[in-house]
Design a binder for this molecule. Sequence first.
Ligand code: PEP
Ligand code: MN
Length: 414
Amino acid sequence: MGRHFLHQNHIRGHCRHDFIPTQRIYPYRPHIRATGRIINHGGRAQTYNKMTMTDIKTLAAGDTDLDRPIIISGPCSAETPEQTLDTAKRLARAGIKIFRAGIWKPRTKPGGFEGIGVPALQWMQHVKETTGMLTAVEVATRSHVEAALSHNIDILWIGARTTGNPFAMQEIADTIRDMDAPETPVLVKNPMNPDLELWIGALERLYNAGVKRLGAIHRGFSVYGTSLYRNRPQWRIPLELRRRYPDLPIICDPSHMGGKRELIASLSQQALDMGFDGLIIESHCNPDCAWSDKDQQVTPEALSAILDHLAYRDTPVQNESLLMLRQQIDQLDNELLDILSKRMSISREIGKYKKDHMMPVVQPGRYGDIVSTRVKTGTDMGMGEDFLRSVLSAIHEESVRQQIELIDGEDGAE
Ligand code: PEP
Ligand code: MN
């Protein structure tokens, strides 16, 4: 696996450190603990607790005291021992304490680089021994969890494609419990689709398996077609998660959200401004040659510059419900304005079309249709008819004004 990548990229890459693998694999001992209410789940006894998340513990693994905000960095994928160690050493020099690397890569389509697998876990162990950093990998199956924990990986994260799969989440939770490893910190990325309940459900499965060092990672939500972001932020969703579980740390992943390295700084700043607890940012010793996600990775030195320029506001912990709700309102208002401006630009296109085709500017019946369909939809959604009529009329007025402006003094309407 991956041999041709090795030749293609790393011969001309900058990763040239020697690597001496060390192997220390501990056997895993299944040990099932069952406390609390037992329910039958797929033939398997399982504990169930309502997730209050008031007993969430610090994410720090072992004795390591983590800075706030928590910063996690490392390559999208561990590719070679040299690339892994070089990136890690440079990150350690930049003061990063947690090193991430994908070992098993969930790719959209087959045929791409799907990760090195178990051998790369030894590279992670070597990183730990050499730099003292904590290590984090993504897990999606029972065998991933077993291998990662047997190799002393400190932190596990759940990828967006796995969070949305309750079977996989239950399997991961069961494995952590079977391995008697509830102290393992686990970070759960949001699912691909904007479904807060699914995200919470994944966290609950881990929590019910005894995992209390839990955190969430907001990496944005999948969009169809092109957009500024690879994954839309939809900030109100993590803010609602924060409102419901104020003690649960939430970390932002601006790399997968933006999909471009130029967007990392601004997304990171927005996340910090909204009171996020940390950032997970992809970095690579030679980003342009990365085997996965090359457009969104930065060098460890560039990461350091980004972190130096962020404003870390010394605000009180923002966990009051009112504040959380207001942040959601601010976010929704921004989205409303964005949608309105998109609507206006389409309206101007219509004005241009009418002008070019010498069409009559007023289309009888069109405005009436708009009002009656929208009022019906809006009232079904619980809004008042008068309110809907005045909003629609204001939008229409502005739309007409813009069309008139466009056709330079001639009449225009939708
Ligand atoms: C990753 O962190 O490299 C990754 C695959 O992320 P996501 O699950 O957010 O797509
Ligand atoms: Mn990635």
